[in-house]
Design a protein around this ligand. Structure first.
Ligand SMILES: O=C(O)c1ccccc1N[C@@H]1O[C@H](COP(=O)(O)O)[C@@H](O)[C@H]1O
Length: 222
């Protein structure tokens, strides 16, 4: 089965156009002001228009207030809310009830302990996203371009719907798909030429690598 592919932290029509042409199933906008990928909700709404109905529009928020969500949801009209902070299960339920949108809850992973809270969100979050925990000193909870030890996810038996992120790029995405049960992959800095600057060439290379991962391996000599 083809994985879902989310290109996150988009800020230009060119990058969105290329992501859509290559078959992105999800496009993400970052509403975390300290991020080089931060975008105002009204600009995100304009940029997202060509994607409507073609790819799911994801609003990435970190421990959001209702005022922030009111503005983002009313302007952008996202299909999914990605909660990338320390939102409790109760907070996730409240957000779902208020906005009627599916939630992808993020877990930031460095050690097995970081996964202990997952169970509390089963049946509450619509999907999980496992990302690398930010390195010490980073101001960003995500988008740091670092990976984590995917074997920590080996207890997930495939019945849990999750996306994988954290330092994915053209060189490691095939391994990520081969070594996890992720039904989707999510990339941001791996398709950037500088922090916050998406490269259409790198978006192409990333999709090429995913498509290559799908191709059956030919026996030598055949
Ligand atoms: O990208 C950001 O700046 C960001 C800021 C705040 C929360 C999440 C953020 N990005 C998320 O991080 C992961 C992967 O990033 P990367 O590929 O390692 O650069 C992805 O889920 C983004 O949505």
């Amino acid at each position: 089965m083809k994985p879902d592919i989310k290109i996150c932290g988009l800020k230009t029509p060119e990058a969105i156009d290329r992501a859509l042409k290559r078959g992105a199933t999800h496009i993400g906008f970052i509403f975390f002001e300290k991020s080089p990928r931060y975008i105002e909700p009204d600009l995100a709404a304009k940029l997202a228009e060509p994607a409507r109905g073609k790819a799911k529009i994801v609003a990435v928020v970190v421990d959001p207030t209702n005022d922030e969500l009111d503005e983002i949801v009313s302007l952008l009209k996202p299909d999914i809310l990605q909660l990338h902070g320390n939102e409790s299960p109760e907070h996730v339920l409240t957000i779902k009830a208020l906005y009627g949108l599916p939630v992808m809850k993020v877990f930031s992973v460095r050690t097995a302990d970081d996964l202990k809270r997952v169970e509390a969100y089963i049946g509450i979050a619509d999907r999980f996203l496992f990302d690398a925990k930010a390195p010490k000193g980073s101001e960003l909870p995500g988008g740091n371009g670092i990976s984590f030890d995917w074997s920590l996810l080996s207890w997930l038996d495939g019945s849990i719907d999750y996306m994988l992120s954290g330092g994915l790029n053209k060189d490691n995405v095939a391994d990520a798909l081969a070594n996890t049960t992720a039904r989707g992959i999510d990339v941001s800095s791996g398709v950037e030429s500088a922090p916050g600057v998406k490269s259409v060439a790198m978006i192409d290379e990333f999709f090429d690598a995913v498509e290559g991962a799908d191709a059956p391996i030919m026996a030598s000599g055949s």
